[in-house]
Design a protein around this ligand. Structure first.
Ligand code: ASP
Length: 438
């Protein structure tokens, strides 16, 4: 019997009643043996997530201001859960010790990670499980990625299949032994790491929706549910803005071929969405549509650019020297454009980069376009199907959307179009209708 690793997100551990649902879910299947938890999330729209309260505590302490308000709010959240679950009151003392650590200058990552830590302590006690502190077993490299040494280390700790384990998500330690967090939403990564280290047969990711939708429901009215989607498809979709699942969480399980099931803690009977290694079939030819705003494009034009050896290297080298990463790089015979997240051009970066590009490659024309949105139509089945591009561009033309960028990756897994931000929602609706309501 292979084990199931389960990650419960912030809304699944937001209060005592959610903890009870988690217990029922864990008890309902004896294979659920490795449990990873987030810090408590919001109970109401207006409330702060515990992780945000922790960042506030750290910032307040750094500014030498009074910590009382955020700290009391934080303490209240944990003590209420402890009390309502009837657990032995232990956390009060730990929380007071933590308050002293915050005032004494604990690092930002250490402070942020305590949300998951306290949540994990409560969950382990409530479920009668072994508590695993990821500070000892999860190693995070300087770029914020999982160090592969983690799998053996954590795998050894999880080797005995009998016990129930609870591990906090979101953090581990860096190469110097200091607590380090993943990026926001990183408990999804911890869950994937635990699934792989335990050799689990399935990674269940428990959240507050019954799986993934084919488009953003804030833009498209009641989009269809995805029953099944591949790793490659979901990586494209979540990178391009479909939230729910952290885009970096795919890699650890993908390398081990472990399927993921996105499930709803509030409706455990729903099948959710399966994220699987291999494509089998699709009803609509596409898996989904996702997109993001806030892109910029640096456009360079130069006659005979195609003959100039090293043109592209020089352009991308300048961006690299400024620590700027690019998303796409469409080109034509005499032009090259670089599309990037426009926050990377903030402050004086844009001017500096443009000046350097002018000097280094002496373009005939150089221009920066702003207010761009990118939309990806994603599906493994697309490359087998004639007329996909026609459908994309036909739908956009009919909706009177001007297409400013066209890009298709070598994998033919997606068609990406760039449109003005003002046309973004209209374009997504038109594309959705062309594939799903056709
Ligand atoms: N608690 C962290 C956050 O709010 C990590 C997580 O929940 O995945 O980002």
């Amino acid at each position: 019997m292979s084990r199931i690793a389960c990650k419960f997100g912030g809304s699944s551990v937001a209060d005592a009643s959610q903890f009870r649902k988690v217990r029922d879910i864990v008890r309902a299947d004896a294979r659920r043996r490795v449990i990873v938890v987030s810090a408590p999330g919001k109970r109401t729209k207006a409330e702060a997530k515990v992780t945000d309260l922790l960042y506030l505590c750290h910032d307040t302490a750094t500014a030498h201001a009074d910590l009382a308000a955020p700290f009391e709010a934080l303490k209240g959240r944990f003590l209420e859960i402890e009390r309502e679950l009837g657990l032995t009151p232990r956390l009060g003392e730990e929380l007071e010790a933590f308050r002293r650590q915050v005032t004494d200058g604990a690092t930002r990552d250490f402070v942020a990670a305590r949300g998951e830590y306290f949540s994990g302590l409560l969950m382990a006690e409530y479920l009668g499980a072994e508590f695993i502190d990821p500070e000892r077993y999860v190693i995070i490299d300087p770029a914020g990625n999982v160090d592969p040494a983690t799998y053996a280390l954590l795998g050894d700790r999880l080797a005995d299949p009998a016990p129930l384990y609870v591990m906090p998500g979101f953090y581990g330690r860096d190469h110097h032994g200091k607590v380090k967090t993943f990026s926001r939403g990183g408990s999804d990564i911890s869950g994937a790491v635990a699934a792989r280290a335990a050799g689990a047969g399935l990674y269940e990711n428990w959240t507050d929706v019954s799986g993934l939708l084919m488009a953003d429901p804030r833009i498209v009215d009641s989009p269809c549910h995805m029953d099944q989607v591949t790793y490659r498809e979901i990586r494209e979709l979540s990178y391009m803005g479909a939230s729910v699942f952290h885009d970096e969480a795919i890699l650890p399980v993908r390398e081990a071929g472990i399927p993921i099931n996105i499930k709803n803690t509030n409706r455990p009977q729903d099948p959710g969405t399966f994220i699987v290694p291999k494509f089998t079939e699709s009803k609509y030819k596409i898996a989904g549509i996702a997109g993001k705003k806030d892109f910029a494009m640096i456009c360079l034009e130069k006659s005979l650019m195609n003959k100039e050896v090293g043109f592209g290297v020089r352009v991308l080298g300048i961006l690299a020297n400024h620590g700027v990463s690019f998303e796409h790089c469409p080109s034509s015979i005499d032009s090259m454009s670089v599309i990037l997240d426009d926050r990377q051009l903030a402050d004086d970066k844009e001017e500096l980069i443009i000046d350097e590009l002018r000097r280094a490659v002496q373009p005939d024309r150089i221009e920066v376009l702003r207010d761009l949105a990118l939309i990806a139509v994603v599906g493994e089945d697309m490359h087998n199907t004639i007329g996909m591009a026609a459908r994309v561009f036909g739908a956009l033309a009919e909706a009177r959307v001007n297409v400013r960028i066209i890009n298709q990756g070598a994998s033919e897994l997606n068609i990406i179009v760039g449109v003005s931000e003002a046309d973004y929602e209209r374009a997504v609706r038109a594309l959705y209708a062309a594939f799903v309501n056709a």
